[in-house]
Design a protein around this ligand. Structure first.
Ligand SMILES: [Cu+2]
Length: 159
């Protein structure tokens, strides 16, 4: 490309401007493909019920296995006539919570316990990080003793 009859400094800045434009254009493409990569992260949905319509004091299921580094969405519901807690402090400490959604409220930050009133639903999106076996329990008096407990395992992913 030749730009005739211009002072060299002017010509230089035109070339620089074109180079800058190409750079910004490429950065834009990179940003767009990064967003696609984020959107493509697979989230495994895992439903869990706290209690049952017949008022059984159990988690359904009460045994979980998650692979470290993957993204999960725990969908919690309470079909029972009373309030329950999903308490798994050590598991929460061993995981990275992306967000918790309950009703129209989105909560970010450390989560150790989720309270679910009858007929309520909550979603917990997290990435398990530290492999191990962790306890789950409902902390309402008498519930864990009656069997409202569970086990959550984080296992290392195979490559
Ligand atoms: Cu309970």
């Amino acid at each position: 490309m030749t730009i005739p009859n211009l002072h060299p400094i002017v010509r230089g800045s035109i070339v620089l401007a074109i180079a800058l434009f190409i750079n910004l254009y490429n950065t834009g493409i990179a940003a767009a493909s990064n967003q696609t990569a984020i959107a493509r992260v697979e989230t495994t949905e895992v439903p869990v019920s706290l209690g049952s319509a017949a008022d059984e004091l159990k988690f359904f299921p009460n045994n979980f296995e998650f692979v470290a580094g993957r993204t999960y969405k725990l969908v919690l519901d309470n079909p029972s006539p009373q309030k329950h807690y999903f308490t798994a402090k050590d598991f929460a400490d061993a995981s990275w919570t992306r967000k918790v959604e309950a009703g129209n409220v989105e909560i970010k930050g450390a989560i150790h316990e989720l309270e679910l009133k009858p007929a309520s639903v909550a979603e917990w999106v997290f990435v398990p990080e530290k492999p191990g076996t962790y306890d789950l329990r409902c902390t309402i008096a008498g519930h864990a003793e009656a069997g409202m407990t569970g086990t959550i395992r984080i296992v290392t992913g195979k490559r």
